[in-house]
Unconditional design. Sequence first.
Length: 228
Amino acid sequence: MGSNPLKCRTDPEPSPSRHQNPLEMTAIVRDQVDDRRRRVLLVGTSAAGAVAAAGVAAPFIASWFPSARALAAGAPVQVPVDKIEEGQQIIVEWRGKPVWVLKRTKEMIEILKKNANADFLSDPQSKDSKQPDYVDVKDGLRSIKPEILVAVGVCTHLGCSPTLKKEIGAASDMGADWPGGYYCPCHNSRFDLAARVFKGSPAPINLVIPPHRYDTDALLVVGEDKKA
Ligand code: FES
């Protein structure tokens, strides 16, 4: 049985809040699906509650995907990316791992392009990191669509799941130079919004970009390669 990637492998009893910020985990694919309907409602946890409390319609994302057994075996997961708002991240489960789907804003994309070869990154061009060859690494985005990052949310150090820190600069709690990214609290690894690791982090390489493709402009498929 594989380890739970949402838990740090070095910490047998982690606090859930240490590894998963429910305010950032806006959606997660649940295993408890109705196989007959094969439909899952991806709902926010605390985020949805907060939105509802604010009197705003809660985000609703629906996806069709295989049974829990097929998912565990590695079946692809369909994600309707048109339902994701700018700046919002959802998390789906693929092969037992969390996969982030972040819709980046124009500002995020500009910063990443500006930092395409930044020397504060360990592997800015992702030469030693894992991603499909149809993902553009030269522009600093590591994605098929510039606005959508698809990355496996498992730290390349010891397997914790980093936390999204999407606020930029002084608006963040990561320092004035923070370009937006992810923070792994287990041993202080930092990654940008293309899942590239910062120098000085214990994580040796960038986070993994899984195989994925778009069947339509609005439908992302995680777990299968882009068609030739
Ligand atoms: S698991 Fe050690 S820094 Fe992420």
